[in-house]
Ligand binder design. Structure first.
Ligand code: FES
Length: 111
C-alpha cells in the first residue's frame, strides 16, 4: 500500500468476501463503491472498483451480473466497462476508483 495523499481515504474488504464474478458495495469516505472480483487472463484475481450507483436511475451496480470485464445494471440492463467505467449502452461513465489487493484485502482509495 502506498502513502495516502492528503484528502484521500481508503477502505478495504476481504478478497474472500467477494465471490468470483460478483461485486460488493462498500463505503469509502463519502462514496458508495462497487468492488468486483474478476479473473485475470491467467486466472489470477483481478479487482475493479467503480461507483456503486448507476448513472441511469440509481440502480445498485454491485448487484449487477458481470460478463468478462463488464457489468450489467440489474434494473434496466445498461452495461458498463469495469476497467474504465465507460457506459457501453449510451449512459454516462461510472466513476473508477484506484483499487489493489494487499494482504488478502481489496483496498479502495477515494479522493
Ligand atoms: S438504473 Fe441502472 S440501468 Fe437503469
Amino acid at each position: 500500500m502506498t502513502a495516502l495523499e492528503a484528502g484521500t481515504v481508503q477502505e478495504a474488504i476481504a478478497l474472500d468476501d467477494i465471490p468470483f464474478g460478483e461485486g460488493r458495495s462498500i463505503t469509502v469516505g463519502d462514496d458508495q463503491v462497487a468492488v468486483f472480483r474478476l479473473r485475470g487472463p491467467d486466472g489470477e484475481p483481478l479487482v475493479r472498483a467503480v461507483s456503486a450507483v448507476c448513472p441511469h436511475l440509481g440502480g445498485p451496480i454491485a448487484d449487477g451480473q458481470t460478463d468478462g470485464g463488464k457489468v450489467v445494471c440489474p434494473l434496466h440492463l445498461h452495461t458498463y466497462d469495469l476497467a474504465d467505467g465507460a457506459g457501453l449502452t449510451g449512459q454516462p461513465a461510472l466513476k473508477v476508483y484506484p483499487v489493489e489487493i494487499a494482504d488478502g484485502k481489496v483496498v479502495v482509495t477515494a479522493p
